[in-house]
Design a protein around this ligand. Structure first.
Ligand code: NAD
Length: 561
């Protein structure tokens, strides 16, 4: 039917600027603003704006509705793919695509090869409002708008998440949304770098959109040998591994992947043993780099493999959870769990580089974002009022998955952590130093241990509760004013985060938690170690809290005796 489409040539005349030499492809559901925002972006970049649907209608000589009715959706998609291919091979422009175009695998490959894709993400109520009463949308003509849009979102959002850049545009004005697209494009071109300068080693945490697809280019200059071992887990492998392997291959890095099951259980001696045997059998040399692609579990496990195999090989972190990007991938702590406690087996092993790809966070669940965000709140409590106030102002955006807020949160948290690690790389400072990063963690590790690391309680959820308990204990001991606890609790609770032992359906045993604390690696001379707080930005470590007081405090907080 639409064979002639590919050769139709009425692309607007090209006006390129030195800054933008690539076509920008806007994807997203109908009503997201691809045309209005696209026009504004095109004007700002001095590029032509092209609407793929208009091009298709022009080429077919009839409306999209008519193409659907006469020839059906498969024929429409076929023609759409050819039109988009022609446009992508032409001069740079801002190209708005129909809502289904990016769902086509071949179209996605073409877009990836020839352009930068931007997903304009928009919440369902906003879309439904905008589209109510609009005619001429074949997919909407089949029933209730909201139900159809919800079904489309469920299928399409996971695919749209493969776009290079994601911009939330909801109810913002066209100007604001266009500005956010331009900022995101700029950030994509120039990722942020946070340097970590240690006594004998320096590396960058690079933060930006779509870094995994460009990992070869970022890593090739720092790898001692063009060979790598990629360690990841099953969930991340399904979502992000192919892009990484392609990116490494593109720059001639020969890589093999090793996939472990997802979840804390993979930080076990058994998994570590099996993995290291597999890697040695497959062949690894002293200059081969181990790359950890995944959350904190993969980062800790891969880092410990890198620290120990052949007495240590180079290591790169590509963190894919918020928790891993804001905390675990920076600082060089690696390790696995022993039967009797978390992170009891480990090593310091600093990475050559950390690539924090903000686009990878698009596939995270809210629960995982909450877990990562708890570590940012922790950083705010330790660092001071400015970071904590930033959390109060932007926490909701971070938790809702706003890409700009997420990237900024990662930058701020990495800057904070880099500063702490630079000052006390191996946690040896007599006062304060790196040990302060354990704020809330004595409680958190005990909570995690009592749930057996089986996924019912995530590390970051335990940290969130641990922060409340650490500040609560500080108040109880008279170090800190109750208003600080109120401020923290109000921040956590208004964002539906875990903020106390009432998070659990059943009361936990104080005795059991104390037993887990007693096995924590921070015990010294038989005394528990706590990070306590005098005020936001004024934390300290202490070993002077008697067990009895902690037991009494836990019971007041809701534990059974
Ligand atoms: P995780 O690694 O288990 O990841 C959580 C889940 O998210 C897993 O199921 C994983 O498969 C999945 N996942 C990862 N990336 C994804 C993505 N982009 N999209 C969708 N799903 C994705 O857990 P975590 O919270 O990242 O890390 C927790 C671990 O980090 C704990 O073991 C903790 O001890 C450790 N940690 C280490 C340090 C350190 O300094 N080394 C600091 C803090 C925490």
């Amino acid at each position: 039917m639409m064979d002639h489409l590919a050769s139709t040539s009425d692309t607007p005349s090209p006006v390129s600027t030195p800054a933008q030499t690539e076509t920008i492809v806007l994807v997203g559901l109908m009503g997201a603003g691809k045309t209005t925002i696209g026009r504004r972006v095109a004007t700002r970049l001095d590029l032509p704006f092209v609407d793929a649907d208009v091009e298709i209608e022009r080429a077919a000589g009839c409306t999209i509705s008519e193409i659907f009715t006469r020839h059906g959706e498969p024929a429409f998609r076929d023609g759409e793919r050819r039109v988009i291919k022609r446009l992508l091979q032409g001069p740079p422009c801002v190209l708005a695509t129909g809502g289904g175009a990016f769902m086509d695998t071949q179209t996605r490959i073409l877009v990836r090869q020839h352009a930068r894709s931007v997903w304009l993400r928009c919440a369902l109520p906003v879309l439904a409002r905008r589209l109510s009463g609009r005619q001429g949308r074949p997919l909407l003509a089949q029933g209730d708008h909201k139900t159809i849009l919800a079904a489309l979102q469920a299928v399409r959002h996971p695919i749209y998440a493969e776009a290079d850049i994601i911009v939330d545009c909801g109810d913002d004005s066209v100007d604001t949304s266009a500005r956010r697209v331009l900022e995101a494009l700029e950030q994509h071109r120039h990722p942020v770098r946070v340097p970590v300068q240690l006594d004998t080693h320096r590396y960058d945490v690079t933060i930006g959109a779509d870094l995994i697809s460009r990992a070869g280019a970022f890593l090739a200059p720092v790898l001692p040998q063009k060979r790598a071992i990629v360690i990841t887990d099953r969930n991340v492998a399904a979502l992000h591994l192919p892009r990484l392997m392609t990116a490494l291959a593109e720059t001639g890095v020969e890589a093999r992947d090793f996939v472990v099951p997802g979840g804390e259980e993979s930080k076990s001696l058994a998994q570590y043993g099996a993995l290291i045997d597999d890697i040695i059998t497959a062949g690894i040399e002293r200059r081969t780099t181990v790359i950890g692609l995944g959350g904190g579990v993969v980062g800790d496990l891969a880092g410990f493999v890198a620290a120990t195999v052949l007495r240590g090989v180079p290591f790169v972190q590509i963190p894919t959870t918020l928790l891993a990007q804001v905390d675990s991938s920076v600082g060089g702590k690696t390790g696995i769990n022993a039967r009797s406690g978390k992170n009891l087996i480990g090593a310091f092993h600093q990475p050559l580089a950390v690539l924090a790809d903000s686009s990878a966070l698009a596939t995270l669940s809210r629960r995982e974002r909450v877990a990562g965000y708890a570590e940012i709140v922790k950083a705010g409590l330790i660092d001071g009022v400015e970071l904590f106030a930033w959390c109060e102002n932007h926490g909701a955006a971070v938790l809702s998955g706003d890409p700009a807020a997420l990237a900024e949160a990662v930058r701020r948290a990495c800057l904070f952590k880099a500063g702490v690690v630079q000052a006390d790389e191996r946690e040896q400072a007599a006062e304060g130093g790196r040990a302060l990063l354990n704020l809330g963690h004595t409680f958190a590790h005990a909570l995690e241990a009592s749930f057996g690391y089986d996924g019912r309680l995530l590390h970051g959820e335990a940290v969130s509760i641990g922060l409340h308990l650490a500040v609560g204990l500080s108040v109880r001991l008279g170090f800190c004013d109750a208003s600080v606890l109120l401020r923290l609790d109000s921040h956590l609770r208004t964002r539906a985060m875990p903020a106390g032992l009432d998070w659990f359906a059943d009361a936990l045993s104080a005795e059991e938690l104390l037993n887990h604390m007693a096995r924590d690696k921070k015990m010294r001379d038989g005394r528990l170690s706590f990070v306590l707080l005098r005020d936001i930005g004024d934390c300290f470590t202490t070993r002077d809290v008697p067990m009895e007081i902690v037991r009494d405090f836990l019971i007041r907080e809701g534990c059974r005796s």
